[in-house]
Design a protein around this ligand. Structure first.
Ligand SMILES: NC(=O)CC[C@H](N)C(=O)O
Length: 362
């Protein structure tokens, strides 16, 4: 069935619908990864976004049991050049089309994703809607332009209640702002005893849980939209070793008095090089973010920049100058992507073991 993507600037991309026969709006972003569509579409950080995949053939290895980053995908649509409806892989359980139908998510294939991506790179991320062919395009574009920004994405994807994932090692309280399962797996692999808590859990409650360390997860939306979590992070710094990933990194910055702002089109892909400033070492990393910590806002804080993006020199890592707290804008859990930065979980373990601060991180 023919369907179209209408953008807020009035541009239209016509293609073939797959997945759910559903009209949905969202911020249109692009991811340049060549594989990993299952992890991408189930990463809660994409909540309310329509994701364009620049790799031209998507769905060829199907959907498997193990590679979900969340049980209920929160994306508002998937845009591809060509979708494979008959996947072939030994781990394949169902097709991408079947999954999207079951989850109520629309897909759109046959789109010139290079043209769409170029447009987003030039203009910046745009709001869009996947809809049928008989809508009034001008009217849809106007509605998109006038629609208010969504602010409750973290509340939508964070766990409603705390839960325990038992282990024999360190007690990690994981603040779930829209956590990818890959983060939990890394902690389990290191024998951690994990308590996953909702994003609005207070610092007092987290300390009462006997946390040896706190991990603040990735998550969707503008980091300024979760003042509760910023407050919690502010109170935890100096009390307990803290590690922030992606949204968690932005929240550590905001909690320390720095500011964040929106990038024109963000970083989303599996091959983003970052440089560790102390050694010059490069890690190739998985990334998915639209906001960034403002480098010039860090001067009056107790944070120092530890990593920068090689491509655009934006801030990619921070460490507290006094206390055991550090964070990265990229994804050491990969899922999907290279595992170069996996050692950061070991660094977190070391912080919990020694509770040292500047000695470990300087
Ligand atoms: N993956 C993430 O945690 C993303 C963080 C934030 N929502 C951003 O887009 O910048």
């Amino acid at each position: 069935m023919k369907k179209q993507l209408v953008l807020e600037n009035g541009e239209v991309f016509v293609g073939e619908g797959f997945g759910a026969d559903q009209e949905m709006s969202g911020e249109v972003v692009f991811n340049t990864g060549m594989t990993g569509y299952q992890e991408i579409l189930s990463d809660p950080s994409y909540c309310a976004q329509i994701v364009t995949l620049t790799y031209p053939l998507i769905g060829n290895y199907g959907i498997n049991r193990d590679d979900f980053e969340s049980i209920s995908p929160a994306i508002h649509g998937l845009i591809v050049r060509e979708v494979e409806l008959e996947p072939s892989h030994w781990r394949n359980e169902e097709s991408l089309d079947t999954l999207l139908k079951a989850k109520g998510i629309p897909g759109l294939s046959g789109i010139d994703t290079r043209k769409l991506t170029r447009m987003i790179r030039e203009i910046g991320t745009l709001k869009g809607r996947i809809c049928s062919m008989n809508v009034d395009v001008e009217q849809v574009a106007k509605e998109l332009r006038e629609s208010a920004a969504i602010k409750d994405q973290v509340a939508q994807v964070s766990t409603k209640d705390p839960y325990h994932v038992p282990g024999k090692g360190k007690r990690v309280v994981l603040i779930d702002c829209g956590m990818k399962h890959g983060i939990l797996l890394e902690l389990i692999e290191r024998n951690c005893d994990v308590v996953v808590v909702p994003y609005h859990t207070s610092a007092d409650e987290i300390i009462r849980l006997g946390a040896d360390g706190v991990l603040v997860s990735n998550g969707p939306g503008n980091p300024e939209d979760v003042p509760e979590t910023i407050q919690t992070v502010k109170e935890l710094v100096g009390e307990v070793p803290l590690f922030g990933i992606c949204l968690g990194h932005q929240l550590l910055a905001l909690a320390s008095g720095a500011t964040t702002s929106k990038l024109r089109f963000g970083h989303r892909g599996s091959n983003h090089p970052i440089r560790e400033l102390s050694t010059g070492a490069i890690d190739i990393t998985a990334q998915n973010h639209g906001y960034t910590v403002d480098a010039d806002s860090l001067d009056d804080t107790n944070l120092k920049v530890t990593h920068i993006a090689v491509n655009d020199e934006t801030v990619e890592g921070l460490a507290h100058k006094e206390y055991p707290a550090f964070s990265v804008q990229y994804h050491p859990e990969a899922s999907p992507g290279p595992q170069d930065a996996n050692h950061l979980f070991d660094q977190f373990m070391e912080l919990m073991n020694t509770k040292q601060t500047t000695k470990v991180l300087a």
